[in-house]
Design a protein around this ligand. Structure first.
Ligand SMILES: Nc1ncnc2c1ncn2[C@@H]1O[C@H](COP(=O)(O)OP(=O)(O)O)[C@@H](O)[C@H]1O
Ligand code: SF4
Ligand SMILES: [Mg+2]
Length: 336
């Protein structure tokens, strides 16, 4: 059985840049996270903060104009046989085995993973057989079992349905079944419930939680919604403008948030329980574009606690890899 304290995947000081007509743009900087078996890392931040780019960099599915310019993504870092995924070719057989085989991916829109042209069963069987071919009959039975596991009624007949014949909620359940097909021990879910209505959202989150707990999966759950974080996360990475500005256990993030941005996020969802999908709309100003990154602390133009002459001049240090804390001068000063 997996050692629950040892990470299955570690990201250290990861940086990503995109080439654009005007020059290169740094989308991620100094990203460090750990994914542990049986735990949920919630990754939260406003739109454009780099959550999806982080997931795509780990899986090596960045857009063609993007590249990892620094840092490491290590699979099995605590074992005698760690693998640095950044050293593998994005399309190498090893990386293809990691994608889907070791790390399952769940998208916001399940149709991103599903084809309209094939039945649910054929797509599941394909995913089962790519990584470990048990033969057609066994794969079909396993596809039916997977559908049952993700709570799809009448799986024996639904296995022959096409995705367009299913509701959005059932499709996302199929998306989850597809991600689980090769029995990965790590799952990355990128806003898996954002496209769903509130009731279906709650059901899908409960399903993810149950599967993750039962199978001791390391889950990285990306969301813009602090309500989802409260409900699901064990640990939280708060992102702002391509950096992790706070990393802490969920109880500390809600009970004693360190970073002014984290406090703003929490203030912006006062009716969190009444309106679980409310957006982070009440923070003054907007997230700047990565190519217009403010000098000094990236949050200073919007920060209510900004120290003139300091926060607008030099950047606070990133949260040290593997530790709890926040990237903010106030936090540094309090610790000193
Ligand atoms: N292919 C690309 N070319 C240029 N910039 C990109 C590309 N993909 C993403 N970005 C930029 O990277 C930043 C982070 O994007 P993303 O990770 O999708 O944000 P989030 O998922 O947090 O909403 C955004 O500013 C986005 O414009
Ligand atoms: S470093 Fe300064 S501007 Fe940045 S979050 Fe802290 S107080 Fe605000
Ligand atoms: Mg995104």
């Amino acid at each position: 059985m997996a050692d629950l304290d040892k990470p299955l995947l570690s990201v250290r000081d990861l940086a990503v840049e995109f080439q654009q007509p005007g020059g290169s743009v740094r989308a991620l900087e100094s990203i460090s996270i750990d994914l542990r078996p049986g735990r949920v890392l919630g990754v939260v931040g406003e739109s454009g903060c780099g959550k999806s780019v982080t997931a795509r960099a780990i899986l090596r599915i960045l857009d063609r104009n993007g590249s990892i310019t620094a840092g490491k993504v290590t699979l099995d870092p605590a074992t005698a046989t760690p693998t640095d995924l950044t050293a593998l070719g994005a399309q190498s057989p090893e990386m293809r085995e990691v994608r889907g085989g070791r790390i399952g991916l769940i998208f916001q829109e399940p149709m991103a993973a599903l084809s309209m042209q094939y039945t649910v069963g054929n797509q599941l069987m394909e995913a089962i057989r790519v990584h470990r071919d048990p033969g057609k009959a066994v794969a079909r039975q396993r596809a039916i079992n997977l559908l049952r596991e993700v709570g799809i009624p009448r799986p024996e007949s639904r296995v022959d349905a096409y995705p367009f014949q299913l509701s959005g909620g059932l499709r996302q359940r199929v998306g989850i079944a597809l991600a689980l097909a090769a029995e990965p021990d790590i799952l990355i879910a990128d806003e898996p419930t954002t496209a769903l209505d509130v009731t279906t959202q709650a059901q899908i989150l409960a399903l993810l939680r149950r599967l993750q707990t039962d199978k001791k999966i390391a889950l990285m759950l990306i969301t813009h919604d602090m309500g989802v974080i409260a409900q699901m996360a064990d640990d939280v990475a708060v992102m702002y403008l391509g950096r992790i500005i706070e990393y802490a256990p969920v109880g500390e993030v809600f009970g004693a948030p360190r970073h002014p941005y984290t406090r703003s996020l929490l203030r912006s969802v006062p009716s969190m329980l009444a309106k679980p999908r409310s957006r982070l709309a009440t923070i003054g100003g907007a997230v700047p574009q990565p190519n217009a990154r403010p000098k000094g602390c990236p949050f200073h133009p919007r920060c209510p606690d900004m120290i003139v002459g300091r926060c607008d001049t030099i950047a606070p240090a990133p949260v040290p890899p593997g530790s709890v804390g926040a990237s903010c001068f106030l936090v540094e000063d309090a610790a000193a």
